[in-house]
Every structure is written in structure tokens, then in C-alpha cells.
Design a protein around this ligand. Structure first.
Ligand SMILES: [Co+2]
Length: 415
């Protein structure tokens, strides 16, 4: 993100952000209601004598700005065994401490938001309600001073059943969550552009029919995390993941379905404000001999499926991102240029969805948006689906490759 864009557009964005803030505060109040309320009136109608409830941002919970560390793991390769005890490397690591603290802060927000999601999402809710619940929690915990400083790192993925990734509702979406759905919840939280990317899968029926699939994917992701490290080849991580994932099968109506890795979905390294930053972490062996390197950050994610184990794009697009390498391309119309300026000001290079554009004040933007997509200035990411009738699941964590050890920063006691 270039400095000029920030400066040139700051006055366009400020009033909008203030509006959002006010709205978020009242939403957070309704998320944690005070015990007194017997009527259903929202907290903003409270009598003035009642003391205003303080927003529990993460910063308020950790006033010294030292956030909980993730799970520490030693590196797998013997050539790295000296790293664990090296004082020099620990010293080197402390030089990057601000960055690590940003990730830890984002991870603590992520854990709180997903705890809220896991305890409140119920069949019968609309996908819009679910997305709002999650995203308003992220905004409230982040303090949402400015989208580009902290807050939502990418659109909330709520992909159902054979849809594996990149679905989030657009405005007007009527879809409702059902009891027998299997839902991938993919939440991104960023602090100063340091993005925590972590996902889990929710089911609601009580027959346990999804359990082997969930267990396969959870174990495959944990294997990918365990095998990751400095000097490890990406191909070898894919091989280890596939071996674990494909040792499972799912039974439905007396028929057995092997669990397959979705071979064209990958983990990835994470750059500042950039969610996919060049390296991909395969979930099957792919011959990529590239190695992971010291200081890198990765999203380790695996997808299991009872279908083809291969996804294609299908359905209405919701996810987009501005492509900074397209900077020499001229927007095809005045309206497209105006829209692009607003996109850059609000999201920079972070991915976003149509609902976020509307929050940023955009209206009747679809024609101009499609122009930007066709011109190659904005990339669109349509939903990724396996065979209809199949089931897919996902688990994902963000890991930090410190010089001496790796940190599974988004680890929680849930997954
Ligand atoms: Co990811």
C-alpha cells in the first residue's frame, strides 16, 4: 500500500469510519447485554442514569499491549536442532517483536470471535445474520479505528456442504443455515496489516455422521503444522498431509466414501496486507521443492471432501481484491476510477466483499466493479465448489516461523 493512496483518500474515508464506529459500539452492547434489561429495547435506548457500558476492546483487556503467545513447537528437521537453544537467535527474534505482538493480538481477537460464533450460531439463522455476528464482533474487539489499521482481514467465509471456500453472503442473500449443513467458517483478523487467517468447520446434527471427516481434516491440518519449518520443502508437507487425510472414510446410508484432499486448494504464506503472498503449501505432493524460510508466516489449511477432491468456480461472486501490480492500468471509466479510489482507501490490498463496499458508502457500483475486474485491476474470487451432494471440511491455523521455534499463533482450546 503506497503512502500517497492513504494521504489522498483519508478525507474521503474518515466520516464513514466514524459512522461505523458508533454503530459497532451499540452492536457490541447488544452482544453482551447487561442483566437489568427486562424489555427488549436495544441498549442505545437506555435511560441516561444507567452508566454506559464500556466496550471491551482487546486493547482494554491487555493495557500493557502484551498479548497471549500461541502454541510453541520445535522445528522438525535435525539440521535446525541448534535453533531451539540459540541465545543469538532469540535475540534476533526480539527485533521483530512488534510484528509478533500484532499477530498475537489478532489471534486473541480471533479466538474470542470464534468462541462467540461457536456458542451462538444456530440452524435457522440467515447467512447474513451469521456474517454480521462475526464481523461486528471483529470490529468491536479491534476498536475499528480504521479498517486498514486493524479489523477484518478478509471476507468471512461461510461455505456450506459441497462449497469449500470463498462464499460469503451478498446483500439480499436469502440463504438460511440448516441442521444438516456442514459449514466452513473462515475468519481473518489483521492488525497493522499482519493477518491471522484461521478457519474451522461447524456441524449441527447429532448423528455424528460428519465426525470422521472433521477428524480427518483436523488431523491433516495439525500434521501440516507439525511438518512445517525452516528449510522444509513445500512438497513434503503436502505428502504428509495427504497421507493422514486419506486414511479416513465417511459412511452415509451404508455406503462408504473415501475422504480426499481437495488437491487444488492450498495453504499459503502471508505478507503485510497481502493474504496470499507467493508461496503455496500444497495438501498433496506437487513436486514443489521450494523451502520455507526463517521469519516467514504461513496459513496452514487443509480441505477434505467426500466428492471429487477438486473444486471449480460456481455461483455469484462476493470476494474481491485490488491488484497493486495493475497500477499502470488506467481505470476504464470515471465511475470505475472513483470506485477504485474508494476501494484503495478502505481496504488497500486486503480482500473485501460487496457488503463491505456498501458499508463504505458505495451504491450502484456493480457495473464499474465489473469493469475493474475485466481490466485486471481488481481480482474476483468466485465460490469454489466440489461435486454437488458431497461434503467438504476445512481447518486452518496461522504459524510464525521465528528464528528459534515456530508459533501456532491462532491455536485455541477449540482447535
Ligand atoms: Co487461508
Amino acid at each position: 500500500m503506497s503512502a500517497e493512496v492513504e494521504a489522498a483518500t483519508a478525507n474521503v474515508v474518515e466520516p464513514k469510519v466514524d459512522q461505523l464506529k458508533v454503530e459497532d459500539l451499540s452492536l457490541e452492547d447488544s452482544v453482551t447485554p447487561e442483566p437489568e434489561s427486562t424489555d427488549a429495547a436495544p441498549s442505545k435506548k437506555k435511560k441516561p442514569k444507567k452508566k454506559k457500558k464500556k466496550i471491551t476492546t482487546i486493547d482494554a483487556s491487555y493495557p500493557d499491549h502484551i498479548f497471549p503467545e500461541g502454541e510453541w513447537q520445535e522445528y522438525p528437521l535435525d539440521v535446525n536442532s541448534h535453533r531451539t537453544t540459540s541465545e543469538e537467535l532469540r535475540y534476533l527474534d526480539r527485533q521483530s517483536n512488534n510484528k509478533w505482538e500484532d499477530f498475537r493480538k489478532g489471534a486473541e481477537i480471533h479466538r474470542r470471535v470464534r468462541h462467540k460464533a461457536q456458542s451462538s450460531i444456530k440452524p435457522g439463522m440467515s447467512m447474513i445474520e451469521i456474517a454480521d455476528l462475526i464481523e461486528n464482533s471483529v470490529r468491536a474487539y479491534s476498536g475499528n479505528v480504521h479498517t486498514k489499521e486493524a479489523g477484518i482481514g478478509f471476507p468471512t467465509g461461510l461455505s456450506l456442504n459441497h462449497v469449500a471456500a470463498h462464499y460469503t453472503p451478498n446483500t439480499g442473500d436469502k440463504m438460511v443455515l440448516h441442521k444438516d449443513d456442514i459449514m466452513k467458517v473462515d475468519i481473518g483478523v489483521h492488525v497493522n496489516g499482519h493477518i491471522c487467517d484461521s478457519a474451522f468447520t461447524m456441524t449441527f446434527e447429532d448423528t455424528g455422521k460428519y465426525n470422521p471427516l472433521l477428524q480427518a481434516v483436523k488431523e491433516a491440518t495439525n500434521t501440516g503444522i507439525k511438518e512445517s519449518g525452516i528449510d522444509v520443502r513445500l512438497n513434503d508437507i503436502g505428502a504428509a498431509i495427504q497421507e493422514v487425510m486419506e486414511s479416513y472414510e465417511v459412511e452415509e446410508n451404508g455406503k462408504f466414501y473415501p475422504v480426499k484432499c481437495i488437491r487444488n486448494l492450498n495453504g499459503h504464506n502471508i505478507g503485510d496486507y497481502v493474504i496470499h503472498s507467493g508461496k503455496t503449501v500444497p495438501i498433496v505432493p506437487n513436486g514443489d521443492m521450494t523451502k520455507m524460510e526463517e521469519g516467514e508466516t504461513f496459513a496452514i489449511e487443509t480441505f477434505g471432501s467426500t466428492g471429487n477432491g477438486y473444486v471449480i468456480t460456481e455461483g455469484e461472486c462476493s470476494h474481491y481484491a485490488y491488484m497493486p501490480e495493475s497500477d499502470s492500468i488506467r481505470p476504464p471509466s470515471e465511475r470505475a476510477k472513483e470506485l477504485l479510489d474508494n476501494i484503495k482507501a478502505n481496504f488497500g490490498t486486503l480482500p473485501w466483499c460487496r457488503r463491505y463496499l456498501e458499508r463504505a458508502g458505495e451504491d450502484k457500483y456493480l457495473f464499474a466493479l465489473n469493469q475493474l475486474v475485466r481490466a485486471g485491476i481488481v481480482e474476483d474470487y468466485a465460490p469454489l465448489v466440489d461435486k454437488k451432494g458431497s461434503y467438504t471440511a476445512q481447518f486452518e491455523h496461522t504459524i510464525l516461523l521465528h528464528p528459534h521455534k515456530k508459533e501456532v499463533v491462532t491455536r485455541g482450546d477449540d482447535y
